[in-house]
Ligand binder design. Sequence first.
Ligand SMILES: Nc1ncnc2c1ncn2[C@@H]1O[C@H](COP(=O)(O)OP(=O)(O)OP(=O)(O)O)[C@@H](O)[C@H]1O
Length: 203
Amino acid sequence: MANGSIDTAALSANRPIVISGPSGAGKSTILKRLFDEYPDKFGFSVSHTTRAPRVGEQHGREYYFVTRGEFQDLVEKKGFVEHAQFGGNCYGTSIRAVEEIAEKGRICILDIEMEGVKQVANHPTFPRPRFLFLSPPSLEVLEQRLRSRATDKEDAILKRLNQARVEMEFARSGEAPHEKIVVNDDLEKAYQEVKEFIVGQEP
Ligand SMILES: Nc1ncnc2c1ncn2[C@@H]1O[C@H](COP(=O)(O)OP(=O)(O)OP(=O)(O)O)[C@@H](O)[C@H]1O
């Protein structure tokens, strides 16, 4: 559906799932396994961005590449379920992109950070998705995992840990929309709990 009306039928038949949690909590690891186990069941929406395409990137595949003006228009029309700026560029998940996944009969998985979660939860028209928070067992364990992942420099690790503290406090506060918090201590157990939340009780 286009032109501002929301395909609530598709979105309630295949309710999107918002998964959030600190960087390093294990979201990618768990989602990859879920997509491998259920290859036809899920989808990631294609985001909008104002950054320039990189070599090999295609409009509509990696991102919808738009101008700042086009991006702003969609913000004003409340066409994004959530949007943010990183490194001077705007990024957003459009309602339309999420609908497209639901219209294919798939569950859209939205892997988004805390500010985005708040926007989705407070969106004026977008039907409420289901919210899951993936937590590391502790900040100490998170620090070890970020260090052993070895993808970040020291200052990036410290920033992620600070942000993790804020996200974990938010998740435990009464303001957070999460229906479930899964603690990723033992990976197998966490995976089964995530799977039960996502697949075990549809829609
Ligand atoms: N239960 C676990 N026990 C031990 N190590 C784990 C566990 N879960 C994930 N890891 C490891 O922790 C690191 C972080 O996991 P991952 O990259 O999936 O996190 P993420 O939440 O997707 O982070 P980002 O948001 O930065 O992409 C990885 O090296 C992963 O192999």
